[in-house]
Write a protein that binds this ligand. Structure first.
Ligand code: S3P
Length: 179
């Protein structure tokens, strides 16, 4: 673990459809932490849906809102936060999360991701003529960022409950290690 880190929170990063929300909620229960989701925070702050922000203002505007939320998270304590899939693909966002949170990446193969998101329609980036290709392309760009997480967990082979237990366990180990 790098110096200058004070691990009081747990951040889940990873591609859309890797289970950040369900794993995050359960891990928060197990740790008796509060649960937050960066997309939900953005929606609460703006009173708009993510889809509307993308459609009306464009992706760059959404990324700027994500940055603001990341800065706010640095003031949190005892919080599990699930982050939007593209949030850590910005080096500053990732560095900021790492100052106060153990960063756990939930990983899945493009095939599993497609299986999980194919019947959902709320993700603007997947409104594409070839969403499977888009998933592979985005994953390739984001992989170097995702792999900078403290812990990388393959979700293809585990249940949500197992992952939440593992995530909570890794957090306890990391906190014990910094004392
Ligand atoms: C995005 C993922 C979404 C949401 C937005 C953009 C991305 O969050 O932030 O649609 O860039 O991968 P989830 O990962 O929670 O679906």
């Amino acid at each position: 673990m790098q110096n200058g880190r004070h691990l009081v929170n747990l951040a889940l990063i990873g591609f859309m459809g890797t289970g950040k929300t369900s794993v995050g909620r359960l891990a928060a229960e197990q740790l008796h932490f509060e649960y937050l989701d960066t997309d939900e925070l953005i929606q609460t702050h703006t009173g708009r849906t993510i889809a509307d922000i993308f459609k009306t203002d464009g992706e760059a505007a959404f990324r700027a809102l994500e940055k603001k939320v990341v800065a706010e998270l640095a003031n949190r304590n005892k919080t599990v936060v699930s982050t939007g899939g593209g949030l850590p693909a910005n080096a500053e966002n990732l560095a900021s999360l790492k100052t106060h949170a153990l960063v756990v990446c939930l990983w899945a193969s493009p095939e599993k991701i497609w299986e999980r998101v194919r019947n959902q329609s709320h993700r603007p980036l997947l409104h594409d003529p070839d969403p499977q290709k888009k998933i592979r392309e985005l994953l390739a760009v984001r992989e170097p960022f995702y792999k900078q997480a403290d812990v990388l967990m393959n979700t293809d082979i585990r249940t949500v409950r197992e992952m939440a237990q593992q995530v909570a366990h890794q957090f306890r180990i990391a906190v014990a290690g910094q004392k």
